[in-house]
Design a protein around this ligand. Sequence first.
Ligand code: AMP
Length: 120
Amino acid sequence: MAYQPNNIFARILEGEIPCEKVYEDDYALAFRDINPKAPVHVLVIPKGEYTTLDEFAGAAPAELMAGFFRAFAEVVALLGIAESGYRTIVNTGRDGGQEVAHLHFHVLAGRPIGRMVGRE
Ligand code: AMP
């Protein structure tokens, strides 16, 4: 999927649109989802122009990939959810229900998250 440079998360990365920041470093930004589906609902995004997880996994430089996942670990630690647990979701493309065309990892926590796959 071609990257669309004007997507809303690209604009958040550029500082054009505000976000409720949880964590940021050279590789990633984490911020609260504007429409939370759980008491904790954070989005973790890489600082790179990738639309999907397969594009990121297949093409991102190793330093960015490692940095992104280290940042993910920092976010989980900061949120204090490692013990209680969490659900990570990466929606991809049409059938995956992806709305924003910049790779993002949803982190949902703070209550039992329920069944794995919804039907709606
Ligand atoms: P997805 O369907 O996986 O693409 O999810 C996109 C997510 O981005 C949804 O959960 C939205 O609530 C969230 N979202 C959209 N705009 C913003 C924004 N400006 N700040 C924070 N979260 C947003």
